[in-house]
Structures are given as C-alpha cells and as structure tokens.
Design a protein around this ligand. Structure first.
Ligand code: KG4
Ligand code: ZN
Length: 350
C-alpha cells in the first residue's frame, strides 16, 4: 500500500458524488451529479426527492468511476462515505452503500463527517498547508470559525446564532427572484451592482462575542426589496451587491477577531460552498495579508460538495489509523467540536 487509493461517496445534500483519490493527492477519477433540475420547481432542496435521486444514481456512478480508473473494487484500499451531518435520507443511502462495498471487498470503512471533508479539502489542493490553521467554514448549513489542530481535532471558536451564510445567500436570492441555486445566482447579479447603494445591517460586527448572525441581514434584504414595487434589473443588482458586501464585512470582522484569538495558526483557510464566492475570497485574502498570514482557498469545484473531499478525508483518517465499524451511525447532526458550548438562537445546526 505505498500509494493507497480511497473511494469517497458524498450524498448528504443535493449532490451525488463519487471519487477515487490516491494518498499522493492524485484524483484518479470522479463524478458529481447535481440535482438542481429536480429541486428547482420547489425553490429549495426537497429531502425526499434528494434521497431517491441518490438511490437511483449512486451505484452506476461508482461503477463509472471504477471503470474510468481501470480498477476493480478489490484494488481500492478503503471506502469512505459521508455519515452526516445532512439530510438523513441521503446520508443513509451513501453510508449504507459504503458499508456494503466495504463488506463485499473486505476493506476498511471510514465514516466521514461531511464538515471534516470540507475542513480538510484545502490540504488536498495544497500539500504545503500544515496544522494548525484557522478555518472559516461557510456552507449551506454552517458558518463557523474553527482552529484545525489535526485530523479529528477541531476547536470551534465561533458559529452562527441563527442562519448559515449559504442559507442567507439562498433566501436572499429567492427574495430577489434570482432563481435556484441562489448563491451563485446572487454572485452573478452582484457583479453589475453597486454594493454601497443600500445601507444593510452588519449583525454583530464589532461585538465582543465571537459569533455570526445573518437573520437580520436577510430580513433587511426582504424589506428593501418590498420597498421597490417594480424593480429594474439594476435595482436587483444593487441589492444583491449590497447584500454581498454586508456579508463580506460580517465574515471579515468575525474572522479578524478569531485571528487574534489563535496566534498559533499557520494560515487562514476558507472552505465550504460559499467559499466559491469571489468577493468573499478577495476580502479574506486581504484580511490574511494584513495579518501576515498565508491565505488558502480550494479551487472552486472543491468548495461545493464533491466526492474527492470525502475520499481525501478518508485518506487523512486512514493514515491516522481512524477506521470505523460497520455499525457506524448515520447522523443528521454531528458537530466537529463536540465540546463546543451551545449558542443561543434558533436554527443552529451544529
Ligand atoms: O458546501 P455546500 O456545497 O453544501 C453544503 O454542505 O451546504 O454549500 C452549498 C451552499 C449553498 O447555500 C450555495 O448557495 C452556496 O453554498 N454557494 C455560494 C456560491 N456557490 C455556492 N454562495 C455564494 N456565492 C457562491 N458563488
Ligand atoms: Zn457541504
């Protein structure tokens, strides 16, 4: 096993994704099937539809990835599957598939925390990134600052007290009539907008507590939109840009606070679907530079859900001797830092 290969399976939300990744960081083969078309009529992910689509697609995608790699299942060294957190029907489809393959091939099972997949993905893209690093994890369900001390070792410094940042993007995009999926659509609209036109709130900016809040910002977008009865395309672009600017300001302020709290970190890292946003990447790159820290952001395709990040987390866990039993549970909630204290507010996912 000089260069072991891990098969990674991701099915926790609306991407069915499979990848074969070697320990030397080669992505041997991968497939990502998005379900945007299935969920678009509903303006959001329908868990039941997502689970059924994973059940339909996953096995043929695994077959296709093995075929492309010219590998038999027996040549794979471990099977890594997302075991949570996420929409539980989809998680169960992926995890049970991973267990069945591990059992059939007599290979180790690695039950991966989806958030750890995002958290370690920057190390797949950048071999020089060392622990500990400060991670801003921004996705559809989460907004957290974590000190990543090592594989499986996370200290949560901050989390959202209400909405996740991706959720705020998605809901604001919906209010602005920008379609689904909302995050990328809002970023596109914001490109031609004036981010200074609407004075939107920056919740918790400058506050002594470390956390994030986006619910007030989201509601302010709703009110600003309602105040323009027949908006022109430019009005929508300006509102999108103003929302994106307010979000950047919130993320930068909270991250700057966290940088002060963990002087031991070697880099500022961003991961998760919202890390695909160019304005946010630029703002964080400037912040890191101002603090003399390297800034690491995975390539765009590795920010949103994919199988390679699950296979890579599997590689890191395999190397650390962290393999799982076949009765590993599917977990709708699964915080990376189990010792982190609960924060106030509704809708807190972890
Ligand atoms: O990590 P991810 O693919 O799935 C979760 O684990 O949640 O993140 C999805 C989230 C969605 O809320 C989506 O709108 C957001 O990431 N997103 C973006 C962009 N691309 C994806 N948000 C802002 N700008 C983008 N370019
Ligand atoms: Zn994700």
């Amino acid at each position: 096993m000089s260069n072991p290969v891990v098969l990674g399976i991701e099915s926790s939300c609306d991407e069915t994704a499979v990848a074969l990744v070697a320990a030397d960081r080669t992505i041997i083969a991968q497939r990502i099937a998005s379900q945007d078309e299935a969920h678009r009529p509903y303006g959001g992910v329908v868990p039941e539809l997502a689970a059924r689509a994973h059940a339909d697609r996953l096995a043929p995608m695994i077959e296709a990835v093995l075929d492309e790699a010219g590998m038999a299942l027996g040549q794979v060294d471990a099977i890594a599957g997302t075991a949570g957190p996420g929409l539980i029907g989809g998680v169960m489809v992926g995890l049970v598939t991973a267990k069945a393959l591990a059992m059939a091939a007599g290979k180790p099972l690695i039950a991966v925390n989806h958030l750890e997949g995002h958290a370690l993905s920057p190390r797949l893209a950048d071999a020089s990134l060392q622990f500990p690093y400060l991670l801003l994890l921004v996705s559809g369900g989460h907004c957290q600052l974590l000190c990543v001390d090592g594989v499986g070792r996370y200290r949560r410094l901050a989390t959202t007290i209400d909405d996740a940042v991706g959720e705020a993007f998605d809901k604001s995009a919906k209010v602005l009539g920008l379609g689904f999926p909302g995050g990328p659509a809002l970023e596109r609209a914001a490109r031609t907008g004036d981010g200074a036109r609407f004075p939107l709130p920056r919740p918790l900016v400058g506050s002594a507590e470390p956390h994030f809040s986006f619910a007030g910002l989201k509601s302010a977008v709703l009110r600003a939109r309602a105040a323009i009865p027949a908006p022109l395309e430019q009005d929508i672009a300006d509102l999108a840009a103003s929302f994106q600017q307010a979000t950047c300001d919130c993320l930068v302020d909270r991250t700057a606070r966290a940088i002060e709290a963990v002087p031991e970190v070697t880099a500022l890292v961003v991961a998760g679907g919202v890390a695909a946003n160019q304005a946010i990447r630029r703002a964080l790159a400037d912040l890191a530079a101002a603090h003399g820290l390297p800034f690491v952001a995975p390539p765009l395709w590795l920010c949103t859900d994919n199988g390679a990040m699950i296979a890579w987390a599997g590689q890191e866990r395999l190397a650390a001797g962290l393999i799982d039993d076949l009765d590993a549970p599917a977990r709708p909630r699964w915080p990376l830092d189990p010792d982190a204290e609960a924060v106030r507010g509704a809708g807190v996912k972890a």
